[in-house]
Design a protein around this ligand. Structure first.
Ligand code: HEC
Length: 160
């Protein structure tokens, strides 16, 4: 009986150690795992850590769901679908961490690119139109969020 108790305690200790170790947020800007959190958790716990406004956070949720697959979790254009786009169509998702990418575009172009797709702004048709999927507010939110990606990178670089 005693042995079983000791064993159980050991297992519990290992589990706790692993859980707290694994759930520690890294110092990188990568926010992997946010997709498994509820909207409420993200809004209530993240603003301080990520330095995002509520609009930007709402945009981050849209980004994680719809854009990350191509543009990458950090917006570097290296989502897991980027490889296919490059291989099959010779095109790559925009890299938002390069601070010149979005800076070169007007607010209107960014909104149009998102809602009407790449083709509407003279870019690749493999940037899909999201106007039918996202509400106007969601398009505006995600536009606000992608602009923070370059800023965040600058922040981590200068803090090195
Ligand atoms: C299927 C892959 C894919 C998904 C999903 C995707 N994009 Fe793109 N996106 C692209 C590609 C490819 C380009 C590059 C177009 C080019 O440079 O010709 C691009 C470019 C852009 C641009 C720059 C347009 C310009 O004029 O330079 C913006 C802004 C953008 N995407 C936003 C988003 C947002 C926001 C989402 C999610 C709602 C999203 N994208 C989802 C593939 C994707």
């Amino acid at each position: 009986m005693k042995r079983v108790q000791v064993l159980l305690r050991l297992i519990a200790t290992i589990l706790i150690a692993c859980w707290s170790g694994c759930s520690k947020p890294g110092n990188s800007i990568a926010i992997a795992g946010d997709s498994t959190r509820t909207f409420r958790e993200i809004v209530e716990h993240s603003p301080g850590r990520l330095g995002l406004s509520k609009t930007e956070l709402a945009g981050k949720i849209v980004f994680t769901k719809y854009c990350q697959v191509c543009h990458g979790a950090e917006g570097d254009g290296k989502g897991f679908n980027a490889f296919n786009l490059q291989n099959s169509f010779g095109t790559q998702p925009a890299n938002f961490t390069d601070s010149t990418t979005l800076a070169a575009l007007s607010e209107e172009t960014i909104i149009t690119a998102i809602s009407k797709g790449g083709k509407a702004v003279g870019k690749s048709q493999y940037m899909p139109p999201w106007g039918g999927t996202l509400r106007t507010e969601e398009v505006e939110n995600v536009a606000a969020y992608i602009k923070t990606l370059a800023k965040m990178l600058e922040k981590t670089e200068s803090s090195k």
